[in-house]
Structure formats: structure tokens, C-alpha cells
Design a protein around this ligand. Structure first.
Ligand SMILES: *Cc1c(COP(=O)(O)O)cnc(C)c1O
Length: 213
């Protein structure tokens, strides 16, 4: 099952973030020993704890909502932050990355779901952020793309529509905003909807339950 999933992602050149939240270090090491190096966590505390214990060549992605006062705990080692949803958090990540003389990769989280509860920029808020990025206000941040979560529903056409809206936004930013070649990532799709996400243009999926089942 896992082999087939991995092979399918490889063929489509879709990057896998193995979502390891709530999983033990032993479970993570099983995947690590099978070759997986990119892991995603959604809580800062748990991420810090795991980073201390697990191999240093793991690339840790933070995929959950991030509070400004917690950035400093992960700035020294985190590889990518998927959940950037305000200018304030960008400023803080930039500041803390500079202290460590690092450049941290980030994705801008876009609110594509119907549900109110999910975080992220609205498409019309994104211009202001792109302008600030363009003015080089954040030298210690590399903006690598967009992240989105679809509505939790059985309505396939709804989910598809939401993923497509992120892909369209990505294309329009790529064409109109003068971002460099690092702007590549469409992070969308989880265990339940990754196939749809890939069909609608995802090139990075965040999968947990399916992998660790
Ligand atoms: C938990 C989580 C995932 C993975 O969800 P699964 O359904 O277990 O694959 C993906 N993205 C985010 C932001 C998550 O919090």
C-alpha cells in the first residue's frame, strides 16, 4: 500500500511531507529507515521535542498554525513553514531566522475552504504581502509557494474547485508578481483528498494517517 503510494508520487514528481504529528519517534524512524527525510508537524512543542531526539538530516516542516511568540523555538532548525498567514508572522520569522543566520523557506497559506475556521490569507489580501516581499523586506525568508486546505466534505466537486482556486492563484502570482524561481510549491492534499489535489495541480502533499496506518 505505502510502496504504491510512494511510487505514484515519485512518478508524478510530487513531494511527500510525511505528517508525523502524534506518532512516536520509533514510528518516524521506520519511515526514516525506508528513506523518507521530510516530516511535518503541526505543534511547536512536539516539533522541538522530536527534533532533539531524531536524526539531524530530517527536514522538518511546520504545517500547523504558528503563533509569533513561538517562532524562536524552531527558527534554528525548521526547514519550511507552510502556515504563514500574516505579515506579522513573516516579520517574526525573518527576525528569528536572521539571529540564526539562516534563510527559512515559507509557504503562504491561502484560505480556500468554505469553512470559516481554517486559517489563511484571502486571495485579495495576498497582494499586500507580495508587495512587501517584493520590496525585499524579508531577506531571511524564501517564499517558495502556497499552501491550502480544502473543506472537509464528501462533495468532490467542491474540494476540486477549492484546490483549483489555489492553483489558479499560484499561476497568477507566478506570472504577475516578480518572484524568483524558488516560487514553485503548491502544498495541498492530505490522506483523504491527495489524489484530487494532485489532479488539480498539487506538487507537495501532506500525508499522515495513510502512511502510519
Ligand atoms: C494532520 C494534517 C495533515 C495530514 O492529515 P492526514 O489526514 O492524517 O493525512 C495535513 N495537513 C495538515 C495541516 C495537518 O494538520
Amino acid at each position: 500500500m505505502i510502496e504504491k503510494l510512494l511510487e505514484g508520487l515519485r512518478q508524478k514528481e510530487v513531494q511527500l511531507v510525511a505528517v508525523s504529528k502524534t506518532r512516536s519517534n520509533e514510528q518516524i524512524m521506520e519511515l526514516y529507515n525506508a528513506g523518507q527525510r521530510v516530516f511535518g508537524e503541526n505543534r511547536v512543542q512536539e516539533l522541538v521535542r522530536k527534533n532533539e531526539k531524531l536524526p539531524k538530516d530530517i527536514e522538518w516542516h511546520l504545517i500547523g498554525h504558528l503563533q509569533t511568540n513561538k517562532v524562536k523555538q524552531i527558527a534554528g532548525f525548521v526547514s519550511m513553514i507552510h502556515s504563514v498567514d500574516s505579515k506579522r508572522i513573516l516579520q517574526e520569522i525573518n527576525k528569528q531566522a536572521a539571529k540564526h543566520k539562516r534563510v527559512i523557506k515559507v509557504l503562504l497559506q491561502i484560505h480556500i475552504a468554505q469553512e470559516e475556521a481554517k486559517f489563511g490569507f484571502d486571495a485579495n489580501e495576498i497582494n499586500e504581502i507580495l508587495e512587501a516581499i517584493h520590496q525585499l523586506e524579508f531577506p531571511n525568508i524564501k517564499v517558495c509557494g502556497l499552501m491550502g486546505m480544502a473543506t472537509y466534505t464528501d462533495d468532490e466537486s467542491q474540494v476540486r474547485k477549492e484546490f483549483k482556486s489555489l492553483s489558479n492563484l499560484f499561476d497568477s502570482i507566478k506570472t504577475h508578481a516578480a518572484l524568483d524561481d524558488d516560487f514553485q510549491v503548491r502544498s495541498m492534499g492530505m490522506s483523504g483528498d491527495y489524489a484530487l489535489a494532485i489532479e488539480e495541480g498539487s506538487n507537495m502533499v501532506r500525508i499522515g494517517s495513510l502512511l502510519f496506518a
